[in-house]
Structure formats: structure tokens, C-alpha cells
Design a protein around this ligand. Structure first.
Ligand code: KIV
Ligand code: ZN
Length: 512
């Protein structure tokens, strides 16, 4: 019988550590529900001690998710672990994931601790975590740059204390597949009680090898858990992409011979949801979830595909959920059809009043755009959620004028803490004019780091989804706005980014 490969998703924790990718509680719940629908084994819902917001998000996810194990990260100290345990209380299956750095560089420069102190703290942390759950994961941070003898001492000791999963972290994406796989193999061979734990891999993509390293950790090293994120979201160059791991293991079952519990039809919907919520667009040529992943441009390939699909296709687009974005609703669709589609997409709005408000937005959109796709509904629900947040700024309306040879002009009306504000501005383009108009009242002092527009579906009628990444005083946030008029989408994105900058969501990075 084939072994099971455990899929541990850390989009909501490691993914959220990506600058600008912070998510609200409701957004995290929506993603967690999608991960559950995809049958992810373990969902790392956050780092409970990072902030009250993180704590509340984990608590909410722990109480709504039934089929996946819910995990919280915690540093190796009693306070973090107790917070994690408290946030996870309602979970049907809970895991505490504790970690401490083990590389000479991290111990000396970051922790300023001796190896013996680190060893002792790791032991204490696992012992304390076991008071709350039998499912305890331990990660030696920067494991791939750690001394093997020291790693053996630490890992043997934490397994003895009851760690049930050992996660060999390539924190800075330094590993090379063969070397990484062999390190893991050596650890498992040298540590006498290694068979008492499940071994896991956690790889960053700094050298573009996160997926390759993870798979080498499985095939050479014997890991049976992979930590990964949707779209490879994660710090710096990101983390191991869940969709690539799952489709590699499945498509090449002849080689990997591992079982997965994942419902692959939910992969593309999950990718779109995460991209839409975080504002991190998926590159068109990204494996499995990129818009071109199944597009056959060359005539020769198309001819081959028409004769026999498998000439050039090793996976089927519809199997990973690409067909889900078909036309779903139109102008004449009623409230029931709309509600049913929300249910099918796993979107549970809190009250009937929320459904009515979302339906009113849907009707408004359907008046301007004859075909409404799933992506439109996701964007609309996000808009509706923002309208309900305690955000300071909300978009009301916009007038804008651009003409060759003239300086673009914008007049924007928005509300600031419930009061209507009207502002005007000029700029070297329509978006610059909008930003200048809003800034004439808000004086944000923020720097625009990134501006991107994507059509969220096909056709010129598509809504444009704008992401604006702002930076101020060391904080980076992403604002997202969608509208058939990309200038309006830009104004919404700018206000959404300003809201995030205003929120006092100070969050501790667990690894700093
Ligand atoms: O990259 C890393 O080392 C981590 C650990 C906390 C597992 O994210
Ligand atoms: Zn990480």
C-alpha cells in the first residue's frame, strides 16, 4: 500500500508574512474554508502570539473548520505556546507548531544563545506544548544550514519529549535538492528514535528550488509531510507551491507512489481566491494555475491536441478546476440563483441582509456587464466585506477626464469615518490624478511601490482588478479594487490600501 503524503498548507501564516499580503479575519476564514473544501490535511491558520488579530483569526478558523487539523505557530516559549493553545481550543483536531533556530549563524547573531541553551529551550517548549495536545510539530529553523551533530541532538531530544512531526526547514531557500534530501536521510538514519515522528519539509524559493527541494526531501529523505502555500505565496521569493507539489505527485504517481487526500478540482478556485484577496497576481506562465498553463498557442501543438490530448497535455485543465470559471449568471438571474452560486463557491455571508446587499451589488454589476463569472462574484463579495469593515475610507463615486494634450483631472467622492469628502486633483495620468485628489485630503505620506491591473476574466467587458502596494514607515500593504472601469478600480484599490495603512494591525514577525 502506498504511503500517504500529508499536505500542510501555510498560506495563512508563512504566506501572510509576504510583505503586503496581510489578510483580515473574514478573508482568512474564506481561504480556510476553501482549503478544507480542497481536503488539505493541516491548515496553519496563523501565529497566535503575533497580534490580537491573528489570535482571533485562528480562534474563528478553529471553530468553523471541521475536516482539517488546525495549527498555530509559536516560538519556543511558554507564552506563545499558551496563546496558540488558547486560540486552538475549539478545534476538533489541533496542532501546536513550535520552532527555534538551530544554525550557528541564527543562534549566535539572532538569538544570542549558546547551542546548549537552544537545546534546553526546544525540549522545554515541546514538553509544555504536549500539555495541550498530542499533536506537536517542532521545526529547527534554518535547519538546512545547521550542524548535523547538533541537529541530531536537538531532534532526538524533542522526539523523546513527544514531538510527533519534525519539520526540516530550509528557511532561507539555500538548499540544493540532492543535498537537502540526503541531509534529511542522514538525520533519519542517525537519530535512534526518528521512526517515532513524521518527517516534514518546509522550503523557501529563493533559488527557485522550493518544489524540487521538497520533493527531494520526500524521495531521498523519506519525508511524508510537505509544507506549502497556494500560488507559492510566502516570504521573499515565496514558499513551496501547493498546486505544483500536488500535481507533480499525482501526475507522476508511477515515480512517487504516494497517496494524497487532495480534491484537485479545488486547486484553481483556491488560487484565484488567494490571488484576489491578497492582490498578488499569478504570473501567466505559472505551472497549473497560470492563465497560460493549458493554453496551446502554436499551431503544431494545437493540431496534436486535437488528434490526441496526451500528445502535449500531461494534466487536464478541467481536472484542476479551470472549467469552474464558466459563465454562471446574468442580468436576469434571480436572488435564489445568486444565493445558490454563493453556496457552491462556499461563500457563507453572515446574514440575509448581507446576501441582499451582495445581490444588489450583483444586479448593479450585471447592468454594466452582461456575463457574470465566478471571479466577478468573488470580487463582489470582497467589496461587500470591505463595506462592512470598520474601515475609515469608502469609495462613493468618481468623475475623471483625460484627453490628448490635456492634463488628466479627477474628482473623487469618498467617505472618511462616515463623512462625505469631495476632492479634486490633476496628474500626469488618470491614476496619478486620482491619487493626488485623494491625497489632497488624506495626506497619506505613503509611497506607491507597485501598481498592477489584471482583467479578472476574459473579454473587454471584464472587470479590472487593481492592486496598489503602499509603503509607509516600514509597513507595506496591498490594496485591491475591482470594477469594469479600471480608473474606478484604481480609486478603490488606493482607498483600500490607505485603510490597511490606517489600521493599527501591528504584527510580530515570528522569525525576527
Ligand atoms: O521558514 C521557516 O523556517 C519557517 C519556520 C517557522 C517553520 O517558516
Ligand atoms: Zn517559512
Amino acid at each position: 500500500m502506498a504511503d500517504k503524503l500529508i499536505i500542510f498548507d501555510t498560506t495563512l501564516r508563512d504566506g501572510e508574512q509576504s510583505p503586503g499580503a496581510s489578510m483580515t479575519r473574514d478573508e482568512k476564514i474564506r481561504i480556510a474554508k476553501q482549503l478544507e473544501r480542497m481536503k488539505v490535511d493541516v491548515i496553519e491558520a496563523g501565529f497566535a502570539a503575533a497580534s490580537p488579530g491573528d489570535f482571533e483569526s485562528i480562534k474563528a478558523i478553529a471553530s468553523v473548520i471541521k475536516d482539517s487539523t488546525i495549527c498555530s505557530l509559536s516560538r519556543a516559549n511558554d507564552r506563545d505556546i499558551a496563546k496558540a493553545a488558547e486560540a486552538l481550543q475549539a478545534a476538533q483536531r489541533k496542532r501546536i507548531h513550535t520552532f527555534i533556530a538551530t544554525s550557528p549563524l541564527h543562534m549566535e547573531k539572532k538569538l544570542r544563545m549558546s547551542p546548549d541553551q537552544v537545546l534546553e529551550q526546544a525540549i522545554q517548549a515541546v514538553r509544555f506544548a504536549r500539555n495541550f495536545t498530542d499533536d506537536v510539530e517542532f521545526s529547527p529553523e534554518d535547519g538546512s544550514r545547521s550542524d548535523m551533530d547538533f541537529l541530531c541532538r536537538v531532534l532526538e531530544a524533542v522526539i523523546k519529549e513527544g514531538a510527533t512531526t519534525i519539520n526540516f526547514a530550509d528557511t532561507v531557500g539555500y538548499a540544493i535538492p540532492e543535498l537537502y534530501g540526503n541531509m534529511l536521510k542522514t538525520l533519519r538514519e542517525r537519530i535512534p528514535n526518528s521512526d517515532k515522528a513524521i518527517w516534514s519539509v518546509h522550503c523557501h524559493n529563493d533559488l527557485g528550488m522550493a518544489v524540487a527541494n521538497s520533493l527531494a526531501g520526500v524521495m531521498i529523505g523519506g519525508a511524508r509531510q510537505i509544507e506549502c502555500t497556494i500560488n507559492g505565496l510566502g516570504e521573499r521569493a515565496g514558499n513551496t507551491a501547493l498546486e505544483e507539489i500536488v500535481m507533480a505527485v499525482r501526475t507522476r504517481k508511477d515515480y512517487f507512489n504516494l497517496d494524497l487526500g487532495i480534491d484537485i478540482s479545488q486547486i484553481v478556485p483556491a488560487s484565484k481566491l488567494v490571488s484576489q484577496i491578497t492582490g498578488f497576481a499569478v504570473q501567466p506562465n505559472k505551472a497549473v494555475v497560470g492563465a497560460n498553463a493549458f493554453a496551446h498557442a502554436s499551431g503544431i501543438h494545437q493540431d496534436g491536441i486535437l488528434k490526441a490530448r496526451d500528445t502535449y497535455e500531461i494534466m487536464r485543465a478541467e481536472d484542476v478546476g479551470w472549467s469552474a470559471n464558466k459563465l454562471v449568471l446574468g442580468k436576469l438571474s434571480g436572488r435564489n440563483a445568486f444565493k445558490q452560486r454563493l453556496d457552491e463557491l462556499g461563500i457563507a455571508l453572515e446574514s440575509e441582509a448581507d446576501v441582499n446587499a451582495a445581490f444588489a451589488r450583483f444586479k448593479e454589476l450585471a447592468d454594466r456587464k452582461s456575463e457574470i463569472f465566478d471571479e466577478d462574484i468573488l470580487a463582489l463579495v470582497s467589496d461587500e466585506e470591505h463595506a462592512h469593515n470598520n474601515d475609515a475610507f469608502h469609495f462613493v463615486s468618481l468623475a475623471q477626464h483625460s484627453e490628448t494634450g490635456e492634463l488628466p483631472f479627477a474628482k473623487v467622492i469618498f467617505t472618511s469615518n462616515g463623512n462625505e469628502v469631495t476632492c479634486e486633483g490633476n496628474g500626469n495620468g488618470p491614476v496619478d490624478a486620482i491619487v493626488n485628489a485623494i491625497d489632497s485630503k488624506v495626506q497619506s505620506g505613503a509611497e506607491l511601490l507597485l501598481f498592477s491591473v489584471n482583467a479578472i476574466t476574459t473579454g473587454t467587458q471584464s472587470q479590472g482588478e487593481v492592486t496598489m502596494r503602499l509603503s509607509k514607515a516600514g509597513r507595506i500593504v496591498n490594496g485591491v479594487g475591482a470594477d469594469p472601469d479600471i480608473v474606478v478600480a484604481s480609486a478603490k484599490a488606493y482607498l483600500s490600501a490607505l485603510n490597511k495603512l490606517q489600521s493599527k494591525m501591528e504584527k510580530l514577525n515570528p522569525q525576527i
